[in-house]
Design a protein around this ligand. Sequence first.
Ligand SMILES: Nc1nc2c(c(=O)[nH]1)N=C([C@H](O)[C@H](O)COP(=O)(O)OP(=O)(O)OP(=O)(O)O)CN2
Ligand SMILES: [Zn+2]
Length: 128
Amino acid sequence: MSKQYQLVKTFSISCAHYIPGADKCGQLHGHNYQVTFCIEGKELDQSDMLIDFREIKHALVKRYDHQLLNHFPEFDREQGGVFPTAERIAEVCFQRIAQLCSQKENQPRLRWVEIRETAEAYARYGEI
Ligand SMILES: Nc1nc2c(c(=O)[nH]1)N=C([C@H](O)[C@H](O)COP(=O)(O)OP(=O)(O)OP(=O)(O)O)CN2
Ligand SMILES: [Zn+2]
């Protein structure tokens, strides 16, 4: 099997959310989410990086940190979005990170995104 690089990065976002219709989680509450992503590729860029992980972190922190997730169209069913469960947050973050990767000439490939609500509860989306 040919060799490749793998990049894994974790960062935090503090968000409020509620799951409409859910019992306890239907109430507005917050989490310090740990977001982890895994990117692979055979080629590095001019800086010898698969992709600068700060670019990804800053894009997601800028959009979601200290925000109420339900207010974003992607997390509002009435606007065609989904409920902000850990599974769906992982999926939405996957789409955003994949979009950033697709703009790079060296073709880094996003494998999965993990959203950890607590040490005991997390969801992953992607190739797992
Ligand atoms: N499959 C999923 N199940 C749940 C999700 C989710 O995203 N995906 N999310 C929640 C809530 O966000 C909730 O905040 C989690 O509740 P928490 O109090 O952390 O859960 P506990 O393990 O502590 O459950 P208790 O039995 O209330 O102690 C819930 N489910
Ligand atoms: Zn919650």
